[in-house]
Design a binder for this molecule. Structure first.
Ligand code: GTP
Length: 360
């Protein structure tokens, strides 16, 4: 259920190059890649709308025009969307400073545009208000924090430090990539310069004794930056493990666009998605896999934990596991691709001739 409108602006950082997801991001910026049938960003925008926030500023740089072409003024989503383009990427902190003139409220929630989250955004804002904080960071507790920088807090929730990755982290709280700022704090970030919010802005605010608090929870959280996380996040949305207002009542073991053709006897498992106009031949098995639009998969192919880009063609009996297949690539019949292979757009692998399996 939607909550009453809040006097809060949302800022989403979407200007990164998404290098870890290449070649998917060669033609499409990461937040616009299709996840569970919608551009990833549409899921985040729908959560922002459901939290009662109406004004959204997108901080863009890489392939800036793609966002406005798709979302326009935001009215179809019931939002008012502004676009601010960086001529050259300013980093996460520089991007936040760069949208300053477009802010209309004193409270600003900033989101990394590639985090799939289940946190109640309204709760983070309430923590911020209750503490009269200058900045409130959403901190998520994770089972294994060693792969992330961590953020210890005092008993009253005040942030004590920003610590780099270590094998022995003193807390399981990590930066979840969502922050509530007082607008005046954003004015204090140097303008027109490359600045990192994590490495430059937050440590400086602590040094200056600003009121920086954490909102800690254990809600669903995933950074969609790597192929494995992208596939897992998409599957979690399809299966309803990760929440999205766009998918209410439509979750299940797989999600097939009505225009796709799936032959009898095909197994679609683990939150697999089949996009617009894609054709899946008889006897295929797709597990934990994202199939974009206009893809053809010939009979008997077995695909798992992979992403198949627009217009790709997978030959009969091919086996593909943990791979990215680029736009329009052709994988010949009976090819075996494994172990993190990335096939670049348009590449053509001949029938039966390619076997990249690492086992035997
Ligand atoms: P990788 O190249 O794979 O690390 O991905 P990325 O470029 O998206 O970087 P990262 O995942 O660290 O970025 C986190 C979020 O901030 C993403 O939503 C990016 O789009 C965004 N972002 C990163 N750098 C910039 C920037 O310079 N400007 C803007 N506007 N957004 C940025």
């Amino acid at each position: 259920m939607d909550v009453p409108a809040r006097d809060v602006d949302a800022v989403i950082l979407v200007g990164g190059k998404g290098t870890r997801l290449r070649p998917l991001t060669v033609s499409t910026p990461k937040p616009m890649l299709a996840v569970a049938g919608f551009p990833f960003l549409a899921h985040l925008l729908s959560r922002i709308k459901a939290a009662g926030i109406n004004h959204v500023v997108l901080g863009t740089s890489f392939k800036a025009e793609v966002f406005e072409d798709y979302f326009g003024d935001g009215s179809e989503l019931g939002l008012d969307i502004d676009y601010v383009v960086e001529e050259t990427a300013l980093g996460t902190g520089g991007a936040i400073r760069n949208v300053y003139d477009h802010l209309t409220h004193d409270t600003v929630v900033v989101f990394n545009g590639d985090v799939l989250g289940g946190t109640d955004i309204g709760d983070v804002i309430e923590t911020h208000d209750n503490n009269d904080a200058d900045v409130t960071m959403h901190l998520v507790r994770v089972p294994d924090p060693r792969a992330f920088g961590c953020v210890p807090t005092a008993a009253d929730g005040r942030v004590q430090a920003f610590l780099e990755k270590t094998n022995d982290p003193p807390t399981d709280q990590i930066n979840a990539g969502c922050y509530v700022f007082k607008r005046e704090i954003i004015a204090g970030i140097p303008a027109g310069k490359v600045v990192s919010v994590e490495r430059d802005v937050f440590p400086r605010l602590l040094e200056e004794g600003k009121r920086v608090y954490g909102h800690v929870d254990q809600a669903y959280w995933r950074d969609m930056g790597t192929p494995d996380d992208f596939v897992r996040g998409s599957s979690d949305l399809v299966r309803g493990i990760a929440p999205s207002p766009l998918l209410k009542g439509r979750t299940g073991e797989s999600l097939v666009d009505p225009s796709a053709g799936v032959k009898d006897g095909v197994l679609l498992l683990g939150g697999t998605v089949v996009g617009r106009g894609s054709e899946i031949g008889a006897g295929c098995r797709l597990d934990d896999t994202v199939v974009f639009d206009g893809v053809t998969i010939e009979p008997g192919a077995i695909v798992s934990n992979s992403i198949i880009s627009d217009g790709a063609h997978i030959g009969a009996g091919a086996r593909i596991s943990h791979c990215i297949i680029g736009e329009g690539a052709v994988i010949g019949a009976r090819c075996e691709l494994q172990a993190g292979m990335r096939v670049w757009p348009g590449v053509n692998l001949p029938d039966g001739g390619v076997r990249f399996s690492t086992d035997a």
